[in-house]
Design a protein around this ligand. Structure first.
Ligand code: UDP
Ligand code: MG
Length: 169
């Protein structure tokens, strides 16, 4: 039993199919909590970094287009979950990578499909292990965007431009 964090992405097909509510409900049944959430417009740079371990695969280009939303909508919902054995719990709820092989009761088994070009449109992403979870959470989120975090942080003085809502005259 281990305290863990994991990154979950509701991919563009999940958003277009209006599955957000169902997916959040399924994930709320396994006693883990959301510690970060945001809608992200995925750049090519972010997509390629996220899936850099699959660079050599023949489906890589299609996968990048898919996660950037070229076939659905240019958005993903990025979430960080925290709790005991979170990584395994979430992977069990979402099911196998290939939606045809996923148990029909899992999210991917229920809602995923394989496209004509062979990409698994499997609705959600979830980190595979602790090392990947740390890499992925640090790629998608800044420390102050998480309400609770198990990775060490440090403060740095930076000069930056910030945006504010324009005041009405
Ligand atoms: N993928 C695919 N075909 C494959 C393997 C993977 O289209 O043969 C896609 C699928 O969308 C998957 C993603 O690439 O979710 C990342 O693959 P990975 O092996 O990391 O699977 P996951 O961790 O998502 O189960
Ligand atoms: Mg993976």
């Amino acid at each position: 039993m281990k305290e863990q964090q994991t990154l979950v992405l509701i991919k563009p097909d999940g958003l277009v199919k209006s599955l957000t509510g169902n997916i959040l409900t399924e994930l709320s049944d396994v006693d883990i909590i959301i510690t970060g959430a945001k809608i992200v417009q995925v750049t090519r740079e972010l997509a390629e970094e996220h899936y850099n371990h699959l660079k050599e695969e023949k489906f890589f280009d299609e996968l990048i287009k898919y996660v950037m939303g070229e076939y659905h909508t240019r958005r993903v919902l990025a979430l960080v979950y925290h709790g005991t054995d979170t990584i395994g719990k979430v992977r069990r709820v979402i099911g196998e990578t290939n939606p045809e092989e996923a148990e029909p009761t899992t999210i991917r088994g229920k809602y995923g499909r394989i496209t004509k070009s062979g990409v698994f449109e499997n609705v959600v992403h979830a980190s595979e292990n602790e090392k990947e979870a740390e890499r992925e959470i640090k790629l998608w989120f800044r420390p102050e965007e998480l309400v609770h975090n198990i990775y060490p942080t440090e403060s740095k003085d930076v000069t930056k431009t910030e945006f504010f809502w324009k005041e009405k005259k």
